[in-house]
Design a protein around this ligand. Sequence first.
Ligand SMILES: C[S@@+](CC[C@H](N)C(=O)[O-])C[C@H]1O[C@@H](n2cnc3c(N)ncnc32)[C@H](O)[C@@H]1O
Length: 382
Amino acid sequence: MDKRYKNPDNDSRGVWKAVDFTISLTGGQRGAQFAKTGESKNIYEITTPSGRKLMPADGRCWAASEDRYKELLAENRIWFGKTGNNVPAQKKFLTEVQSGIVSKTIWFRKEVGDNQEAKKEVKAVNASEIFATPKPERLIERILTLATDNNDIILDSFLGSGTTTAVAHKMNRKWIGIELGDHAYTHCLPRMKKVVDGLDEGGISKSQNWKGGGGFRFYNLAPSLLKKDDFGNWIIEPDYNADMLAAAMAKHEGYHYSPDEQLFWKQGQSTEQDFIFTTTQFVTLELLDKIHEQMQEGESLLICCKSFQAACENKYENINVKKIPVMLLGRCEFGKDDYSLNIISMPTDENEEPFVPAAQIIAEEKEAEDMRKQGKQSTLFD
Ligand SMILES: C[S@@+](CC[C@H](N)C(=O)[O-])C[C@H]1O[C@@H](n2cnc3c(N)ncnc32)[C@H](O)[C@@H]1O
């Protein structure tokens, strides 16, 4: 390891060296601009922890703008010497200076923690049920520092007590956590709420200067939509009630689920004029005619049902009637090594604004208005 790299403040990101936090104010574009205007956004006053007020020396400016300096300071990347009285230097971590990634073979407990430390961290979230095999936040921080950058997406599909997502969140990464056990509710959810609310002061919160922020969505995985009956035929899982089924079918077919308050058959939309209606009823010609009468010029509809009268099949050009088990099974490929289920239709143009159905906007606005009237603020978990 390069001898110039040390760790005098025991930073959990590993060894670092102090580099000059000033740069020349005479050369390049910055120099030309300064010569013209006499101003530079890299010239501002810095106050050391000991209270000394400093300006860059003549012909020099700080190596970053004031906003960036504040970020670096918040991330504990500025070093004022052991006494806090020196001219600022920037901490360059060995793991970050090379384009390749430098990882040490041995990771010492004093740098990345141990199981005892990890237990203390999870105890702060749930003291009554201590998770058996947690990892210390400092260990995951080291791994994420080595392997990822800001805004990368971190996936932990065996989330356990939620260490990976807590660390990823505090390090400005995006994340997806998946957990099968009840600790999704007893550990992961409360832990992430504390992280977001800035109430988690443990783990790497101090070294990352974590004060809270951001948010997340918490999803429960629904039971499988299809199952085989005693005769080996595919049927809809009986645990699915009508609303769950409608929401699931909308999702599967690429529609936004947002039931219309007036028209029962408008349960979701893929575009302004294309709708989906899922029903467990037997769809008759009479029902089809009634729906068709209510449809406006240019509107189209996909009906997903368990069964329908044969005459419904091609009755209207703008209404497509399909049987649910058949349409879902058409998307599944059983007995293959490589499953490529095309479940959700992705937008083709990435610059296109996502389509939000009017019913959803109205419902959200109404909810926000109700909250306002009650003097309540919505939380991330509503
Ligand atoms: C060793 S623990 C992970 C510990 C975690 N790294 C931590 O620091 O807290 C493994 C976790 O994977 C979960 N698990 C096992 N099979 C799973 C599956 N198929 N889907 C989601 N989670 C699963 C277990 O419930 C257990 O909580």
